[in-house]
Design a binder for this molecule. Structure first.
Ligand code: FAD
Length: 117
């Protein structure tokens, strides 16, 4: 099939949405196992992302900016910075990473393992 920029952009929007919610729901105080799981997830993700050009760029980005897994905040800010690097390359505006929490809501309600909402 032909490349289709509209479909590629749609895939990107949905994927970023999922990834940001994932890091924003990561524990404040992750166990070593949870930290490994997050790191493994992003490496596996970068190998399997359906847009091959995007996957190659993201693999390179992971080498320059290793996944931050020490806390929810560090993971969320790391992904925001990585997304901003992609934005920069595509000529898109930089997102203000201090606005992450107010911009994303997974609709999940309180996390049963924490006191956060
Ligand atoms: P998107 O970048 O999809 O962002 C969606 C929304 O998220 C924005 O409207 C904004 O509200 C919010 N947002 C923006 N920046 C941030 C941020 N830093 N932190 C939190 N929220 C933010 N496309 C290509 O053409 N070439 C590529 O190499 C490429 N690589 C990609 C790699 C990955 C891992 C992913 C997930 C996508 C990639 N894409 C690539 C797709 C591209 O990043 C966009 O998703 C797509 O172009 C649609 O852009 P958009 O303007 O709708 O906003």
């Amino acid at each position: 099939k032909m490349a289709n920029a509209t479909a590629k952009a749609e895939l990107g929007r949905h994927t970023w949405h999922f990834l940001h919610l994932l890091t924003l729901r990561f524990p404040d105080k992750p166990t070593p196992e949870q930290r490994t799981t997050l790191s493994t997830f992003f490496h596996t993700f970068s190998l399997l992302y359906p847009c091959g050009e995007c996957a190659n760029h993201f693999q390179q980005l992971l080498k320059e900016m290793p996944v931050q897994t020490s806390s929810r905040m560090n993971a969320a800010l790391w992904l925001c910075a990585a997304h901003n690097r992609v934005n920069e390359r595509l000529g898109k505006p930089e997102f203000p990473c201090d606005k992450l929490d107010e911009s994303y809501d997974c609709g999940c309600g309180p996390d049963p393992t924490s006191s956060k909402t």
